[in-house]
Write a protein that binds this ligand. Sequence first.
Ligand code: PLP
Length: 391
Amino acid sequence: MSSSFKTFLKHTAKDFHNQSVNPPVVRASTIIFKSLQDIRKTQAKAKKNPIGGHYDYGRQGTSTTYILQKILTKLEESYHVFTTPTGFGSVFLSIISVVRPGDEIIISDPVYSPTRVLTEKFLKEFNISTVFYNPHDLNSISQNITKKTKLIYVENPGSNTFEFQDLRKIISIAKKNRILTAIDNTWATPYYFKPIKFGFDMSIVSATKYYSGHSDVMGGSLAVNKKVFNKVKIAEKMIGLRLGPDDAYLITRGLRTLDVRLDRHSENTKKVAEFLSKFKKIKLLYPYKKNSFNYKMWKKYYSGASGLMGLIIKSKNKNSVRKFVNSLKLFGHGYSWGGFESLALHQETVETGKRKYGNLGKDEHLVRLHIGLEDSSDLISDIKQALKHLK
Ligand SMILES: Cc1ncc(COP(=O)(O)O)c(C=O)c1O
């Protein structure tokens, strides 16, 4: 009997040996073998099957990390998924696996700000250069391709400003020019969009967000196809960028309810978006307005939308925007998102990074809301009272 992924998420990784619903947390540095010959046998098996499941030392992971990797590989429909101690670790691993000194990267302009600093500043010191493309003018990818271009790196939608791009075009430009591709898919997760199946070579998700879902763990995943598997495997081994078993356990636990939580985030966010769409001072950065380009691009490629949205608020009074955010009672003020709770932030250059395209106009302010799993009518009432401060 083949079961749906939702059923698989609930039933997989039971511990039949100990008869517990959940798998044990196996913590290990030293792994003990019955004999010296057994060590060699395990090493031979690991060589024959590099996907995993055979360990001779804790840095390679344990059965707890392997279970998580297996679940994620099925969710991603990928060749393999590497797991890292943070989402940013997966961003770094994806890039460092495939670029070398002298190479160039083409990257979407509204990218997660630390990814921008990593490529533009840190990797520059290693003679790796970066150009940023306009997410709504993909000619700016083609125009910047040179013989040295090794990677097109996409984040979809754009960080904080939520631009949706024509992903099919990006893949076709990359394939035509034999350039590898990576996408940061944290906003949608493979529950709503499966990048590897679609044609990307690598796909990053910060497991800190929806995978864990409870704001109490950091982690990252990097899904890959067969083509890049060896390159990533070597880099991962050399850097030692691997998730610990306790965090792997928590992320596996979170994944049991990924579908249920994302469905509810999505439902709540749609209701909040509907409410906010009535305010003239507010432009919604969420796939909501049916005739917009962003909506069309979202609809074309995604089966759902998560709980993170942006608002561009038009106001001559910046303090009143801050007061609106500060007056929200059910929304915490802090970084990250993807947990069960609602969050609100006023976004400035420190959050967005210095961008080339699509910057805010005069008297425009950016606010980010993460819509949690609370009762949507409570959230809407809270936003309603806080909006009274907006001038
Ligand atoms: C889109 C995106 N990618 C990657 C990351 C990095 O993930 P982590 O915080 O788990 O390192 C974040 C974190 O906010 C993010 O928003």
